[in-house]
Design a protein around this ligand. Sequence first.
Ligand code: ZN
Length: 356
Amino acid sequence: MIKLKLSALLTIIFFLSFFAQAETGAHFFSEGGEPLLQYETKYQEMLKFYPTSMPEKILVVFTDKDVSKFNTRTNTIYLSRNRFAKMSTYLIAHETSHLALWKYTAGASLDGKFRFFDEGYACIVGNILANRLEEYKHEEALPISATQYKKQNVSFEKVADWKNYFGNPNTADWNFYAYHVGASFNFFILDTYGQQELNHFFLSVGQTRDLESSFQKVFFKSKVEIEAGWLNYLSKIDLSMAQNPYVLTTAPLNNSKSVSINLSEISVTFNTPMLENVIFTSNRCQELCYNNAKWKDSKTLVVTITGKLKANTSYYLTLGSDKYKRYLVSKTGIDMPTYIWKFTTAPAPMNIDPSQ
Ligand SMILES: [Zn+2]
C-alpha cells in the first residue's frame, strides 16, 4: 500500500516536472526551479555535439568562487560569477560538456586517466559555442601544447596522471597548460580521423576503460602509435609567431618616486596577450594585494588599491615567482621572467594653515 502510494507520488512528480519542462521548453533551470530560457539556444547548439547524452534538466548555480565546477549526480553546473561576466557562453558550454561527456562515456570521463580529453573537449566545445574556435585552436591551445612538447612535458603517461599534471585548482598550485594539452589531443584526433571517430573513441572508452584497447578498436593503432602521431602533430606547430612576453609599461613607472597617494589603481601592460592568471606578491598586501588584481583585457593587469597608499613608502611588486616556479604566461604558453616593479610614494603633505 505504501509502495503503491510512493510510486503514484513519484509518477505525479515526474509528470509535473515533465509538463513544467514541456511548457517552458527550457533545459537550464535556476536553483529555485525557474526556467532559464535565455540559455536555451546554447542547449540546442550543444545537442549537435551530444545528441544522445545532454541531460534533460541542468541546474545552474552561481558562486563567488573563481573556479567553476559541475556535479554529474545532480546535473548541476556551478558557475563563477566573475568569470561568467566575461565569458558566459563559454562557461555554460564548458561545464555542460562535462555532464554530457560523462553520460556519453558511461562515467569514464571523470576517471583521472581520462580527464585530459574530458577537459580538452570541454574547452573545445566551449570555444566553438563562443564562436572563437580558430582563435582558441591556433593562438592558444596548439602553441601552448607545442611549447610543452618542446619541454618534453607531453605524453599519455603524464596526462593520465591528471592530479599531478593539472595540479590542484583550489590552490594556486595548478598548471595552466594542462587543459590545452588535453585539447591538443582532441584536435589531433579531429584533424587526423574526424569528429565521428572521436565520438567512437569516447563511446569505446566508456566500454573498455582503457586507452590501449580503445585505440586498437577505433583507430587500429596502438597507444604508442597514437602517441607518436600526437607528438608529431605538435612538433609541426609553427611557434615563430609566438612572442616572448615582457612588461611594456607600468603605471606608475618602475622606479618612480613621489607617486601620489591618491591613486585608486595601478596597472601593468604587456607586449602580447597573456593568459589571465594572477601571480604576484607585494610587500604591502594591506594596500596592494593579489586579491584585487584583475585583467582589464588580455594585455592589461590592473590592481585596485585598498583604501589609500601609504605616504613615503616603497612598494615592491613581484610579477611571477622564482621560488615557486610560477610565472605569468603569454597566451601562446611562454613564461615571462619574473619582473620586479618598485615605486615610492610622496611624503605626507604638510598641514597648511589657511589663515596664513
Ligand atoms: Zn572543466
